[in-house]
Design a protein around this ligand. Structure first.
Ligand code: SAM
Length: 259
């Protein structure tokens, strides 16, 4: 059962129990919603909308499916899901400010429900969604394997799960270009946009590098399997600058290790 089905907003986000990583995530996204859609595409050289489309392809919601989009932010993935299929979407995010952007986007659209909450403790029952998406989430949580188990918990057996995250290009030449862009280009472009985006420009490169130093891609695929997600696929896009991962919730909950 859900650990806290009645509470949408979470206690940790509103109490003094936040970890430094969570505080940083809450602070970072406070000032971003206004120009988020345009700037997130611009800062990824227009690649990021393409990655989101690949994410939705990987889930391919069936007509009538109920999909949970975790870390929904201003709702860009949720919008892509709705554009693609006859489904309904529940979007969850811990940032009230980012959710306000989503609320403006979906005002009057009965197919979308928006909930303030944490990926680490989803306010939903076990196996209550047909599919689940999450985008740029695991870099912001303290315990990615535990968060993945929590995400998998709410998906029905046989349901699809897909994620999008930035990557570090594996080929040496591309990696040098990526290092230069994230160390110099992103901070400069961020400064040109606004004070809040300047912070994002400085933050992103070290955040992405640090994440994969702590959790190499193949290890992350292992977390998915340990969470009961089978047939894990890792798709590197744009020379590895974006990574779409997807899998299917194994039947008969519990352990899909070795799947
Ligand atoms: C880079 S944005 C991505 C938003 C959206 N999915 C997209 O594709 O544009 C990351 C989002 O994750 C949210 N987030 C970070 N950690 C979270 C957590 N533990 N639980 C819920 N949301 C979280 C942030 O508030 C932010 O809105």
């Amino acid at each position: 059962m859900s650990p806290n089905p009645s509470s949408g907003a979470d206690d940790a986000a509103s109490s003094g129990l936040r970890s430094p990583r969570k505080r940083e995530a809450l602070e970072l996204f406070r000032g971003l919603p206004r120009r988020y859609d345009f700037l997130s595409a611009a800062l990824s050289f227009g690649q990021d909308p393409r990655w989101r489309r690949a994410l939705v392809d990987a889930v391919a919601p069936a007509p009538g499916a109920r999909v949970l989009d975790v870390a929904t932010g201003t709702g860009m993935v949720a919008a892509e899901l709705l554009a693609r299929g006859d489904c309904t979407v529940v979007g969850v995010d811990q940032s009230a400010q980012m959710l306000a952007g989503a609320r403006a986007r979906f005002a009057g659209d009965g197919r979308v429900e928006l909930v303030e909450g944490q990926a680490e403790r989803l306010p939903f029952d076990d196996e209550s969604f047909d599919a689940l998406t999450f985008t740029y989430l695991l870099r912001y949580v303290d315990d990615p394997p535990a968060t993945l188990r929590e995400l998998a918990r709410v998906v029905k057996p046989g349901g699809r799960v897909a994620s999008l995250e930035f990557g570090v290009p594996p080929l040496p030449a591309a990696r040098v270009a990526w290092r230069f862009y994230t160390a110099v280009g992103l901070p400069v472009l961020g400064r040109l946009a606004s004070r809040e985006w300047a912070e994002v420009g400085r933050f992103l490169g070290p955040s992405i590098r640090g994440y994969y130093a702590r959790h190499p891609v193949q290890q992350i695929a292992g977390y998915w399997r340990e969470a009961g997600l089978a047939d894990v696929s890792v798709r590197r896009m744009s020379l590895g600058g974006g990574i779409v991962m997807s899998a299917t919730k194994a039947a008969g909950t519990g352990d899909a290790r070795g799947a």
